[in-house]
Design a protein around this ligand. Structure first.
Ligand SMILES: [Zn+2]
Length: 318
C-alpha cells in the first residue's frame, strides 16, 4: 500500500505522520516550531521532521511517495505559497512552501491551510465521514473553519474561505463599541468567542483568579459570576455564528473542534442552544457533533492532498 507524509505546521508545534492510502496514521511524531527564528529555520525544522519520518518508514519497509503540509497562514494551494500570515511565524508570508520542502526532502509536495486540512481530515475519516457536505468549526485560541463539499474543502478565490472568526457578531460589542479583533478589524466573532477573548472578558468583568481560559471554565463550573458570564457570552457568540453559517451553507453536519469544544457541557450546551435558536425551520434536525480525530485531523487532511498528487506523479513516468 502506498504511503505519504502529512504535516500539521502550527505556530507552536509541528506534527507529522506516516499515513497510508486509507488515512490511517501508521506512525507520528512532533517537534516545537522555531516560529520566531524565521521562515528558513521553520522550513529546515519541518524538513528534519519529514526526514525522521522517512527514516521510520524505511525501517518499516514502507515506501513514502509524497508530502502534504497543512500550514498556518493563508495558503495558495495551487502554487504552494504562503500568501499571508500573522506574526505567529516570523516572516512566513511569501514562503514557497512546497518548492522549498520538495527541494529539502526530495518528495513532491502539496500544501493547504492548516484549518482547511483539519476540516478535510474530519470530513474524510472523522465526525463528518460519509456525508456530502460538512461545516467544520474550530473554536480555540483562534476561531476558524472550513466547508467541505463532495470531499473537497472550499478554499475560495483568494484562499481565505473558512475564516469564520472574522465576520460581524452582535456579541462582540461593549457599550456600543466593537471589540478589537486579532485580524486588525473589530466586532468580529473571534473578538468575543475565542479562548483568549473569553479570558479577557472575564478580566474585564472583574475576575482576577483564573490565569487562562481553562481556569475560567473551572470557576464557571463552580458558579463564579464573572467566569460564568464570560463563558456564556463566548459560547453564545459561537452558537450565533455557527447557526448563521449553517443557514447560509446548509451542511449535512456541523463538526465542532478545538479546545473549547472539549471544555465541557457548560460551553457546549450554551453553544448548541444558541446555534439552534438561529437556525431556519428546515434545519431543525441539523446534527451538531464534536470532532473525532483530535490532533491527527490536520495530518490526515494534509495527507489526503498528498495522495491526490500520486496519480499525476505516476502519469509522468508512463
Ligand atoms: Zn477579525
Amino acid at each position: 500500500m502506498r504511503h505519504v507524509i502529512g504535516i500539521d505546521l502550527g505556530g507552536t508545534k509541528t506534527a507529522g505522520g506516516i499515513v497510508d492510502g486509507g488515512g490511517n496514521v501508521v506512525f507520528s511524531s512532533s517537534a516545537a516550531t522555531p516560529a520566531q527564528s524565521g521562515a528558513a529555520a521553520v522550513l529546515e525544522n519541518t524538513a528534519a521532521l519529514v526526514r525522521s519520518l522517512q527514516g521510520e518508514a524505511l525501517r518499516r519497509s514502507l515506501r513514502v511517495d509524497a508530502l502534504g503540509i497543512g500550514s498556518a497562514g493563508v495558503i495558495d494551494s495551487g502554487r504552494g505559497v504562503v500568501v499571508s500570515a500573522t506574526d505567529a511565524i516570523r516572516g512566513w508570508a511569501g514562503t514557497a512552501l512546497t518548492a522549498e520542502l520538495s527541494a529539502l526532502t526530495g518528495l513532491p509536495a502539496a500544501a493547504l491551510n492548516d484549518v482547511h486540512a483539519h476540516a478535510l481530515g474530519e470530513s474524510w475519516l472523522g465526525a463528518g465521514a460519509g456525508v456530502p457536505s460538512v461545516l467544520f468549526i474550530g473554536m480555540g485560541t483562534g476561531v476558524g473553519g472550513g466547508y467541505v463539499l463532495d470531499g473537497e474543502c472550499i478554499e475560495g478565490a483568494s484562499f481565505t474561505a473558512g475564516h469564520v472568526g472574522h465576520f460581524a457578531s452582535p456579541f462582540a460589542y461593549e457599550a456600543g463599541e466593537p471589540l478589537a479583533c486579532s485580524c486588525g478589524g473589530s466586532g468580529h466573532v473571534e473578538a468575543v468567542a475565542s479562548g483568549p477573548a473569553i479570558h479577557a472578558l472575564y478580566r474585564r468583568l472583574g475576575g482576577e483568579s483564573a490565569a487562562d481560559t481553562r481556569g475560567v471554565y473551572r470557576l464557571a463550573a463552580d458558579g463564579d459570576p464573572a467566569a460564568s458570564e464570560a463563558l456564556r457570552r463566548g459560547a453564545a457568540a459561537a452558537g450565533s455564528a455557527i447557526g448563521g453559517l449553517a443557514n447560509i451553507l446548509d451542511p449535512a453536519v456541523v463538526v465542532v473542534g478545538g479546545g473549547l469544544a472539549f471544555a465541557g457541557p457548560l460551553w457546549w450546551d450554551e453553544m448548541e442552544s444558541h446555534t439552534r435558536r438561529e437556525l431556519l425551520p428546515p434545519l431543525a434536525a441539523l446534527r451538531i457533533v464534536p470532532a473525532q480525530l483530535g490532533t491527527t485531523a490536520a495530518i490526515r487532511g494534509a495527507a489526503r492532498r498528498a495522495l491526490n498528487l500520486l496519480p499525476a506523479i505516476e502519469g509522468t513516468h508512463v
